[in-house]
Design a protein around this ligand. Structure first.
Ligand SMILES: Cc1cc2nc3c(=O)[nH]c(=O)nc-3n(C[C@H](O)[C@H](O)[C@H](O)COP(=O)(O)OP(=O)(O)OC[C@H]3O[C@@H](n4cnc5c(N)ncnc54)[C@H](O)[C@@H]3O)c2cc1C
Length: 468
């Protein structure tokens, strides 16, 4: 970025320049609506942009990007704020007001504004018997999720959400509004399908929808046993693409109001979304049910995709945590042992600070990209493992102890992992290259040099290729 222009830009001048050109509201730090406009869903981060623009039209985005370029401010984009951009001193473009959704059932696409959430799309698509490739929470934004790869309920069947990005309209550096699709700016279209918010600000996008109206699914909660992860691994590796599952291990608090069968227990939650009939699903699931024992709670049943993906889920409250991600082709026994220790089983390892261990079954259609698929990594992985330890309410010495534990756990897990990562769940922005193959990362840097040579956009950031 050209830092010469950065020396002491006068915030009042910048805000004034924006107010003259943008129709949405503009707020500087210290002004009345500033806090509300920068407030993210993820309240564990406290973004501190110099200025926030509440964009209501593509022309606002263009105005903001032009002004940011002129004054050398980094651009931070916030649709819902599920990500973790600290936006420190940046010009934040809040797109929450641009949340239109239009479903074109004949083309099986949804055209969505930059601020739309999956909940907005799932309901509208469901009226036509169609489903988007949404993920575990309906409050997540379509734009950030799709640009970052997007793994969800239907990914083993239809692939990553990024691969189903048909078209985007995007304001790139200099304030140009470009179309990116298979015919227009195809290299930008490729980069957007997994390269995150590094190339500009998407004003709207078209995403492919799929003919999924009803599924067999839900959640079963089992008593957690050390042997179940290995049983899940062996079972999952033989499943067809129609079977989408994830396994979660977590302690349930021993407090009033929690249903008796799970109260105070370490449970194992199996989430299922099967595209087919109940009888076949149960035949496929039966070896896993045998290994896990009778469920403590929960059920699998025929349900609409809308219910499974939007209404069944209670989005978790944001928590500050220390997380780690590792991807595996086989999930060897040594990694499973580390996960069992982290999940506090057997009981003599119950002092682990880890509260959630999640294993998502990858593979299927994700591993078979079409020849013009995007750069999303993790296609060689069969399992994506996420572990997290909460930090809320801890004093610094306890935080240090969590860090020490997590460093050791990461060492044990990484020893057997592919070394790859996934942009949406990147444990640290410095690890961004690990989310791609080396060739794709180089290509992303080249596309970045074309569309954002001064590096205005992107957190986590891909730096443009330097001219030699
Ligand atoms: C509760 C929860 C559940 C999740 N579940 C899943 C899941 O099942 N599968 C999965 O793959 N991921 C999941 N994620 C991760 C999620 O996909 C990423 O955090 C994603 O970046 C969130 O996008 P957003 O638009 O909601 O958030 P925001 O914080 O608004 O945006 C995040 C980033 O996306 C980019 N971005 C957003 N909008 C634009 C735009 N218009 N133009 C350019 N760049 C933009 C920017 O870089 C921005 O910093 C989950 C996250 C949470 C907190």
């Amino acid at each position: 970025m050209d830092t010469t222009k950065r020396a002491g830009p006068n915030r009042h001048d910048i805000a004034e320049a924006l107010r003259q050109t943008a129709s949405g509201s503009v707020h500087m730090a210290g002004e009345e609506r500033y806090d509300a406009a920068r407030q993210p869903w993820n309240t564990t981060i406290n973004p501190s942009p110099a200025i926030v623009v509440e964009a209501i039209a593509p022309s606002d985005v263009r105005a903001a990007v032009r002004v940011a370029g002129e004054y050398g401010l980094r651009v931070a984009v916030q649709g819902t704020g599920h990500g973790a951009d600290p936006a420190d001193g940046a010009l934040m473009i809040n797109t929450a007001g641009m949340n239109t959704v239009h479903v074109d059932a004949s083309r099986r696409v949804a055209r969505v504004g930059a601020g739309a959430t999956w909940g907005d799309v799932i309901g509208q698509a469901g009226r036509y018997g169609l489903a988007p490739l949404s993920g575990s929470s309906p409050t997540v934004g379509v734009a950030g999720y799709t640009l970052g790869g997007g793994h969800g309920w239907l990914s083993r069947t239809y692939g990553f959400a990024a691969d189903s990005l048909v078209r985007a309209h995007i304001v790139t550096s200099g304030g140009q509004l470009c179309t990116a699709d298979a015919e227009n700016n195809p290299e930008l279209h490729w980069a957007l399908r997994g390269g995150g918010g590094n190339f500009g600000v998407v004003t709207d996008m078209e995403v492919q929808l799929y003919p999924v109206s009803s599924v067999y699914g839900g959640m079963l909660l089992f008593d957690s046993m050390p042997s179940t992860i290995a049983s899940y691994r062996d079972w999952a590796l033989g499943q067809p693409d129609e079977m989408n599952t994830a396994l979660m291990m977590m302690p349930i608090p021993d407090v009033q109001g929690v249903p008796e069968p799970i109260r105070g227990k370490r449970v194992l939650a199996l989430r299922v979304c099967y595209l087919g009939d109940a009888e076949r699903a149960e035949r496929l699931l039966s070896p896993l049910r045998d290994a896990a024992g009778p469920p403590l709670m929960g059920e699998l049943t025929d349900m609409s995709y809308t219910y499974l993906a939007r209404d069944m889920i209670d989005p978790p409250p944001p928590q500050s945590n220390r997380g780690h991600l590792a991807m595996y082709q086989q999930l060897p026994d040594a990694a499973i042992e580390a996960l069992n220790d982290a999940a506090g089983q057997p009981a003599d390892t119950a002092d682990s600070p880890v509260k959630v261990v999640e294993i998502r079954h990858f593979g299927g259609a994700m591993a078979r990209p079409s020849h013009h698929a995007g750069p999303v990594g993790g296609r060689d992985a069969s399992f994506c493992v996420l572990v997290s330890a909460p930090l809320d309410g801890l004093e610094q010495p306890q935080v240090n102890a969590v860090d020490t534990y997590m460093d050791a756990l990461a060492g044990r897990l990484d020893r057997h992992a592919t070394g790859g990562s996934f942009l949406s769940w990147l444990p640290h922005p410095s690890k961004i290259a690990s989310a791609y193959s080396p060739d794709d990362y180089q290509q992303l840097q080249a596309v970045k040099a074309t569309y954002d040579p001064t590096n205005l956009f992107g957190y986590p950031n891909i730096a443009p290729t330097q001219e030699s």
